[in-house]
Structure formats: C-alpha cells, structure tokens
Design a protein around this ligand. Structure first.
Ligand code: PHE
Length: 338
C-alpha cells in the first residue's frame, strides 16, 4: 500500500501547486472543492484506507491527516493573501468614527475647591482636615458660641441622638488644629457642612466651605484683607474688587463679611448679583481671645485671622450658575459643561 501514501503525497503536491498559481479567491475555492470537497480527491483517498492492512494503517493514517491539514492551511493562507490584494483593508473601515470612551469631568464644586486650595498653598497655607460628624464642643462651645445662640437650635442644626451633630461650618477644624499643635498655624480646610435650611435657589442642606486660619505673632486685620484680596484676584481675575462689611461672629473680634464684585456684570448690577454689583462670599475676622483660651494659646503673644468661604457661591459666580440645586442634581447635561 505504499501507493496510497504516495497518492496522498501526490495530491498534496498538486493542491499546493494549484494554490500557488491561483489568482483570485474563486480559483482558491475551486482548488478547495477539488481536493477537500465531499467528493474531492482527499476524501476519496480516505475511503481507500479501509483496504489497508493493520500494520500499514498507522503510517497511511498519519500521511492522510497531514495531507488534509496542510491543504486546508494552504487554502486559508491563499484566501487571506488574495482577499487583501482584491480589497485592501477589507473589514477595516478606516473612515468609521472611533468609539469614544466617555471621560468624566471634575464637578464644579471640586474644581473650585482644588483651585482655591492651590492658591492658598502658594500663599503658604497647608491643608487640614476634620470630621463631618462633630461634637457640640468643637462646633460651638470652643468657638465661643453660647448655649442659647440661635445657630445651635435644632431648627438650624442636625443633631444625632448621641448629642453629636453634622458640622454646620468648617470652623471646628480651627479648634482641632490648634488643640493639636502650638502656634504658628497657617491652614486651610475645604469641607462639607450641613444646615437645616429649606432648599431654594441659594440654599442647600449640605454645602461646602473652605476655612482658613492664620495664627502668628502680630497678625493684623490688614493681613486678612490682603490675603482675601489676593485670593480673589488669583481665582477670578485682577478686576475683581473685594468689599469688607462689619458683622458679628462669636469666634472672631472684630468680625466682618466680605463680598466680591460681580464678575458677571463687572459690578454694574445684574440678575446674578440682584443688581447690587456685589456677591456675598462669607465671613471672616480676627480670632477672638476666648477661642485662643479654649485651645490654650496665649492671646497676649499670638494673634490671628480666620475666614470661611462658601464654595457653592464661588462656583455659582465663576460658572454663572443661577440655582444652587443644579450643583446637586447630578444631571449629566449640566455637569458635562464644566
Ligand atoms: N463659620 C462662619 C460661617 O459659617 C464663617 C467664618 C469663618 C467667620 C471664620 C469668621 C471666621 O458663617
């Protein structure tokens, strides 16, 4: 039965030769049908194998399988070669728009906080942190806020059954930092605050502040005004003016509120600034000696200023957002714009 082995080898030789000469895919297909098709040369030879003696069967079987596999591989290869020649880039439409992977963007509140922190860092402040769940002591008592102060009312503050509360301001971080280190101090603390406000266009039950505290020898109100003015210029541009108004906070003396001139109308008056030309940012002042006493600082030797700023308000000014609730609804059509 040498001849069957020879026949397989001859079939392979001829098939490979034909494939080499094939000039299009139809020719390849014809070769495939001739040699591998159901009634083709190779299957016919397979049928002959029944007559082979058991001793010879292994060699013939091996040759048969090799022949079939090699022809099949050569057919595939020829198909690919000709497909590329006949239709360059077949299957790859280079004009098709690529699939985009949607990229998230930083929330406007985070953008303002990151940029603000960056500006204060360059002014020598370092970032401090404190818990959202505070003690009454840190949020009120140590900040010289008397027990009957209206802000302590359950109407304004979220209390937990254990007496703790959701901090209503970032000012307790001042206390935590001063409790832990001797002066001098120069920190900013961006963070979340909570108040029992009824939500409307300018109020939200949770919002963000950036607290600042600077304690050193001979710190003055002029330093505070310079720092806040410089901050406004860095964040919103040189044209922004800063206005300070007398105010009251239990933990600063003197206390003031400060406004930035409206960048929407350049201070002429518009809808955003309710025609006043100014936008209220938050409070500030010189640290009250009673606060220094609470943390064991000598108020004869050290003085300092503190400020808070409403992050949402700055974001609303910066991005001309007319309703604070937009910042919390997570509507992608809104958020994608920043
Ligand atoms: N904590 C005050 C508020 O929430 C702002 C403030 C901070 C005032 C620091 C003075 C000093 O309104």
């Amino acid at each position: 039965m040498d001849s069957l082995v020879t026949q397989f080898e001859e079939a392979r030789r001829q098939a490979l030769e034909s494939l080499r000469q094939a000039e299009d895919r139809q020719a390849v297909e014809n070769v495939r049908i001739h040699y591998l098709g159901r009634k083709g040369v190779v299957p016919n030879l397979f049928r002959e194998m029944g007559k082979v003696s058991p001793e010879e069967r292994p060699l013939v079987g091996k040759t048969a399988n090799q022949t079939k596999n090699e022809i099949q591989a050569a057919v595939d290869e020829a198909f690919n070669r000709l497909a590329e020649k006949e239709e360059p880039d077949a299957g790859v439409d280079v004009t098709m728009p690529a699939r985009r992977h949607p990229l998230g963007t930083k929330h406007p509140i985070s953008q303002v906080m990151d940029d603000a922190v960056d500006i204060f860092r360059r002014m020598g402040f370092i970032v401090a942190d404190g818990p959202d769940l505070e003690t009454e002591y840190h949020n009120f008592d140590a900040l010289n806020t008397p027990a009957d102060h209206p802000s302590r009312d359950v109407q304004d503050t979220f209390y937990l059954p254990d007496g703790r509360l959701l901090r209503t301001q970032t000012s307790p971080v001042q206390i935590r930092v001063m409790e832990q280190q001797p002066p001098p101090v120069r920190i900013v603390c961006p963070g979340r605050c909570f108040r029992r406000d009824t939500p409307d266009a300018t109020h939200s039950m949770n919002f963000h502040q950036i607290e600042g505290l600077y304690v050193d020898r001979q710190v003055s109100l002029a330093d505070l005004k310079a720092a806040l003015t410089m901050f406004a210029h860095e964040l919103l541009g040189e044209d922004v003016k800063v206005r300070f108004r007398p105010h009251f906070f239990p933990f600063t003396e003197p206390s003031l509120e400060y406004d930035f001139s409206c960048i929407m109308c350049g201070g002429r008056g518009c809808r955003v600034c309710k025609n006043s030309g100014w936008l209220e940012i938050s409070g500030a002042g010189m640290v009250d000696p009673a606060v220094f006493q609470a943390v064991g600082y000598d108020s004869e030797e050290w003085s300092g200023y503190a400020f808070g700023m409403g992050v949402e308000r700055i974001a609303m000014i910066r991005y001309a957002v007319s309703d604070i609730r937009l910042l919390y609804e997570n509507d992608l059509r809104f958020l994608k714009q920043f």
